[in-house]
Every structure is written in structure tokens, then in C-alpha cells.
Design a binder for this molecule. Sequence first.
Ligand code: PMP
Length: 390
Amino acid sequence: MGLYDKFTRLANQREQFQTSGLNPFGTCIDEVYSATEGRIGERNIVLAGTNNYLGLTFNEEAIAVGQAALANQGTGTTGSRMANGSYGSHLALEHELATFFDRPTAIVFSTGYTANLGVISTLADPNAVVLIDEDCHASIYDACVLGGAQIIRFRHNDAQDLERRMVRLKERAKDAIIIVEGIYSMLGDVAPLVEIVEIKKRFGGYLLIDEAHSFGVMGATGRGLAQELGVEQDVDIVLGTFSKSLASIGGFAVGSAAMEVLRYSSRPYIFTASPSPSCIASVRASLQIIAQQPELREKLWANAARLYQGLEKIGYTLGAHISPVVPVVIGSKEEGLRYWRELIDRGVYVNLVLPPAAPSGITLLRCSVNAAHSEEQIDKIIQAFTALQR
Ligand code: PMP
């Protein structure tokens, strides 16, 4: 049997996508002009399927300090955080993140994926039991598998189901690790964090929240859902990424002083190179912007409401609430693919999400808005959806 034979079905399906037109899982954005515009082939497009929530990818200050770091500190650290890959700027960013979150410790990782892997796999060892929302990101699942913990999934955003499972754990509940997200990446909905915190208080255990999609987006100063709901003191560790609101690449965890021990015990922290100095410099600039420009969040939510209401008016089935992630539910995979291509023909790029990436076997055209979209661009997205041959 050949090394790749087990992928034949998948490969054939992807081949079909490729030969029948633009491939949604290998699209090349040929040029990027701004936080909201690019080109695919001959088509100029509005980018309505990125995680660039505050629209900071082309922020002048973030670019300038990134360029300066590139010139002054070189193209890469070429080493692990534990060895030669911790520069002054990595430590300064950790200090700034800890201050921003008002927590004792922040640790910077190379991506959001490795932040989850690094924190969760190290804590979720074979003696641990982890309760995760069934819609949690792949990195959270992978981390639990890597750690070897017992994994218990509870129904998406269902605090009662979590409670039932905590009851069944009996004595073990007091050491259980509960993991949820702030805004969920596919449906754009938020965790019922107040209820979950209440369960944690009653049964014991620890609560980790991945604020990848809610950091910079929710909360009075942009710290995320836990801040928005006033329950930060009951969250043990906040996990996040630099690849969304912070518009770069890297990841982080913030928590108690005891979390420092991960620097010596977390393999995904130790055995990979640290983020490049230019990424770190840009992230530091963007973090200041998040702290100082709440108007970006206001613009983001105004854009989210405009898109949601526009798509709702023309009869699409959407997520339950207004959110920067606007999932448009489509009947079948085939329709999803056809619509996705038609949207690009009409100058709009969104994400096509097929099962199993989309929960509950549904197909989504996942739109996301950002603070840099103009009202005209939002209207163009709505018009493109209006014109689809349904
Ligand atoms: N957590 C969640 C909830 C995510 O959606 C993602 C990325 N899509 C990650 C973690 C991983 O982040 P990164 O892209 O920085 O690896």
C-alpha cells in the first residue's frame, strides 16, 4: 500500500474542485492592496473572509516599527524561546500583555496553535480530565490528545450539559479543566461564560478560555468575552493569538505567576523557534492601538450589524446573533461551492466551510467583517449575496 493511498478519496474530491474552477481550499490571493481589498486572478475583490478584525494589517505605525525591527534585529531569531530566541522585545511584549490583562504572567508562543498546544497539552496530562465545548478549535482537541488527558466533550454552549458531566465526575470534578472559547470561529456565537463560571465555582476545577476571536473585539478595553461579562477573576488562563485582531503571527497565554513553570515544561514552547522580531514589533504597536482606540471596536460592531441586518433582510439563515463572524447557512455542499465562486465573480471573497470543519454537518459561507470596511464595501457584500441565483 502506498504512503498516501488512504487519502485517495480526499485527493479526488480536491482534484474535482480544482478542475471544475477556482479551488476554495487552495485559493491564491494574488495581491493584497489593503485590509479590505485584494485581487484573485483578474478580479478585484473585497476581502470579507479574514480574521483581521480591527483592520490593522496595513496600520502605518505597525508597519513602520516592523520594518525598523527587520532592519535592526534581522529576519528571524533562528532559535527557541528557551535558548537564543528570547529578545528584549519578546520580554517587553510579555510585560505589556500582562499589564494589558492585569495579570501576573504572560507567555508568548510562536502561533495561537502552539499557545494552545503548549499550555493545554502540558496541563492536560494522562491524570487530568478535560471538559471541552464540542465546537472548540482543532488546536484544543490536538492539545488534549497530545497531553493524553481524558477528554469529555459537552454540547456546544450548553452549560446544563457541562453541569451534568461535572456531576458524573464526582470527586474528580474539583480538578477538572474546563475549556471554552470567547467567540466561536464558525458560528460567531459566544460562550455562556457567566453560567460556566457559576458551575466552576460550585464544583471546583479550572477554567481556560481561548479568546482568539474575541480579543480586541469584546470588552471595555478589548480583553475579550470574560471582560465583557465581568468574570475575568474566575478565569484561570486566557489564551490568544496575534493572527487576528493583532494582525500578525504568534500566540500568547496570560495567567497566574505559577504559569511561569510552563517555560521549562511545555514542549511546544521549547521545541520551536520564537516569532521574528518584526512580528513582535508590529504586535506591540497593535496592542497599543487596541488599548487606545476603542472606536475601532465600535466601527467593527457597526459593520457587523450592517452586514447581519442586510443579509437577514434578504432571507438568509445566519448565526443567532450579530457578530463580526457572520455565518450564512447554505443547503448543500454543491450549492456552497457554486455560491462561493459566484461571489468571487461578483468581487467578494468569503470562506467556504464544509463539514466537518463546520459544526453539525452544515455548509457555511462564512463572512467576517472588520473595522476597516467602509459602508459601501459592506453594501457590496450584501448586493453580491442578493444577486446569487438561489
Ligand atoms: N484558537 C482558535 C479559536 C482559532 O480560531 C485559531 C485560528 N483559527 C487558533 C486558536 C490558532 O491561531 P493561530 O492561527 O495563531 O495559530
